[in-house]
Design a protein around this ligand. Structure first.
Ligand SMILES: [Zn+2]
Ligand SMILES: [Zn+2]
Length: 123
């Protein structure tokens, strides 16, 4: 992966990152282009299933429901609350060293109900 999890992010790191996301939260959905406050289109990549919380396009639930785009990437609030931050290390498309929320970690944990082994911090 082109990023590394940060094991103990500071409160400031989290706050700064979250504020940055919130400031740009008035943008339309990057996939279906809907404005914040409106439901994603049915074939939107970003929309989350209301039944299982997975990606609506791929989860296969019969009644996934409508997902409203709130301007934040799914998992942003959760990563903020749980303190899941990663540092981008590969260069493109971000600057090296840029902090991002660790959406993958959140997604894996949500789907499997457990932490992926690479994130288990040994005592
Ligand atoms: Zn969308
Ligand atoms: Zn589902």
């Amino acid at each position: 992966m082109p990023w590394e999890s940060i094991k103990n992010p500071t409160k400031k790191m989290l706050d700064d990152l979250y504020q940055e996301q919130v400031r740009s939260a008035n943008k339309p959905c990057p996939d279906c282009g809907v404005k914040p406050g409106k439901a994603h289109s049915m074939n939107c990549d970003v929309a989350r299933c209301q039944a299982c919380g997975g990606q609506r396009l791929s989860c296969g639930c019969k009644k996934p429901g409508e997902d409203v785009w709130d301007g934040l990437w799914p998992g942003t609030k959760e990563c903020y609350e749980k303190g899941y931050v990663a540092k981008w290390v590969s260069g493109w498309p971000f600057d090296s060293g840029r902090l991002i929320f660790d959406y993958d970690r959140w997604a894996v944990e949500r789907v499997t109900g457990s932490r992926p082994s690479e994130y288990v911090v040994s005592p």
